[in-house]
Design a protein around this ligand. Sequence first.
Ligand code: F6R
Length: 243
Amino acid sequence: MKVIVCETYEEMSRCAADVVADVMKARHDCVLGLATGSTPVGMYDELVRRYEAGELDFSAVRSVNLDEYYPISPDNAQSYRYFMNTNLFDRVNIDKAQTAVPDGSAPDPEAECRAYEEKIAALGQVDIQVLGIGQNGHIGFNEPAEALHPLTHLTALTESTIKANARFFSEDEVIPTSALTMGMGTILRAKKILILANGEAKADAIATLLSGMLTTSCPASFLNLHDDVVVICDRAAMSKVQA
Ligand code: F6R
C-alpha cells in the first residue's frame, strides 16, 4: 500500500488527479470507478481544469460509480447521479451514455444490483477505483457488520452514516436510509484503487486500514488484500496511525 501524506486538501486533490490522469493517459478508453461525497470534489475540479487546459480527453472514457441512495430519482439534486453530472460529467467531454451509476429509481432493487454487476463485468476490469472512506471505515456503502457482501446489493445505512450525510440535506428533505452499493468483491476486482481521506474524523478508519489487519468492523481494511492501493490523505487523517 502506497501512502502519500499531503499538507492541504488542494495538494491532496492535485495528487489524486495525477494518479487518475496517469491511468487516463495510459488508456484513452479506460474504465474509471468513481465515488461521490465531499472528499473527491477537489479532485474532480482538478480533472476538469486539466480537461479545459487540453491536457485530458474524456471522449472514450467509461465510468462506473460505487453507489446510489435507494430509493431516489436520478433527477433529485441529492442523488449521486446528479452529483456526478454536476461535479464532473457535465463539465468534460465524456459520453454520458458510457457513465453508469446504480439506478436509485429501479422498481426491483435486487434486479438492478444483478444488472449492475453484469454491466461492470461487460466493461472488463475497472482500471482505477476511486474511494472515499466513512468515519466508520465504510467504502462504497459497505458498512461495518459481522459479514460483508461480495457483490452489488441493497443495504441499510448505519445511524452514523445517515448522520454524517445529513449535512448535504436541507431540513425539509428526507434523508435516505438505504442505498445500492458495489460489494467488497466488486471493489477489490479493480486493477488499481485510490482512496482519499482528509480530516480528523477519518483518523480512526485510516489507522485501522494502515494497521494492515482485516476486520469486518472496518470494511476498508479489506483493501489490504489488494496489491495496488494508493492512499492519499492529510496529516489530520493520519494522526492516529501508529509509527
Ligand atoms: C460515496 C461513497 C462513500 C463516501 C464516504 C465518505 O460514493 O461511497 O463511501 O466515500 O461516505 O464521504 P465524504 O467524502 O463525504 O466524507
